[in-house]
Design a protein around this ligand. Structure first.
Ligand SMILES: C[S@@+](CC[C@H](N)C(=O)[O-])C[C@H]1O[C@@H](n2cnc3c(N)ncnc32)[C@H](O)[C@@H]1O
Length: 236
């Protein structure tokens, strides 16, 4: 029988009739089509319709809890910073980073080709000359050059191989670089936005992957956002 799952980070319903349980904690959760299960039994959505995702990602309802401007302000981004927004989606954060670093460069990376096309068009339409859309790979962001700041919001739980991914990221960092990861708290209420509770990853789980990839946790902010943590990692 098909199982209906709902990821409110993406707020999309999908069926998962063919997804076997791969972890007792996560039971029958499946999440998308065609992507591989990671160790959390969690598959990726497909993000093939940027217009539809825009309505969800860029909604006022999301802004109320995602607080994108506050998140970016909290990072005190240098005006000439080079920034990578990994899993940039429709460019929700990337366009704000482009505005925050007018003399810098923002790479908005996604693995969904239609999202990347959308991002490139958005950069042109909105006049962000310092925003470049980049087609990444599942295990490698394919950044054109090293960056000062790596940002990833609501994406880590989609990664099939987080350690390999961040080992590749580690090779593309400038001196003093930091990695910011925003994702959903496991202790947020089940009705809260985000993936089903069992699919969420704790800061400790993310830290384990990051340590294996060569990073250490420098900051764990549980105060800024209602449903998410903001983690800062630096090379170990
Ligand atoms: C839930 S959306 C988040 C979008 C954006 N970060 C935001 O906060 O609005 C997840 C995005 O990550 C992308 N994604 C998933 N796995 C990825 C990977 N390995 N590398 C880059 N992007 C990935 C998806 O295509 C999708 O656009």
């Amino acid at each position: 029988m098909a199982t209906l799952v709902l990821c409110l980070s993406c707020t999309k319903r999908e069926t998962s009739a063919d997804v076997p349980p791969s972890h007792p904690e996560h039971g029958h959760h499946g999440h998308g089509h065609g992507a591989e299960l990671n160790e959390h039994g969690y598959k990726g959505h497909t993000f093939e319709d940027p217009q539809a995702w825009t309505e969800r990602f860029e909604s006022p309802e999301r802004a109320a809890w995602q607080r994108p401007d506050e998140v970016i302000a909290s990072l005190a981004v240098a005006a000439d910073a080079k920034i990578a927004d990994l899993g940039a989606g429709t460019g929700y954060f990337a366009v704000r980073f482009a505005a925050a670093a007018p003399q810098g460069q923002v790479y908005a990376v996604d693995i969904e080709p239609k999202m990347v096309e959308w991002l490139a068009q958005r950069a042109t339409d909105e006049g962000h000359a310092n925003l470049e859309a980049v087609l990444g790979e599942a295990d490698e962001p394919k950044l054109p050059e090293p960056v000062d700041l790596v940002f990833m919001c609501n994406v880590f739980h989609h990664l099939a191989q987080p350690q390999a991914y961040f080992q590749a990221v580690a090779k593309q960092l400038r001196p003093g670089a930091r990695v910011i990861i925003v994702d959903f708290r496991k202790d947020a209420p089940e009705h809260a936005p985000g993936p089903p509770q069992a699919m969420r990853m704790s800061p400790e789980q993310i830290s384990e992957h990051m340590q294996a990839a060569g990073f250490r946790l420098a900051r764990n902010d549980l105060e800024l956002l209602e449903y998410q943590y903001v983690l800062e990692f630096v090379p170990a």
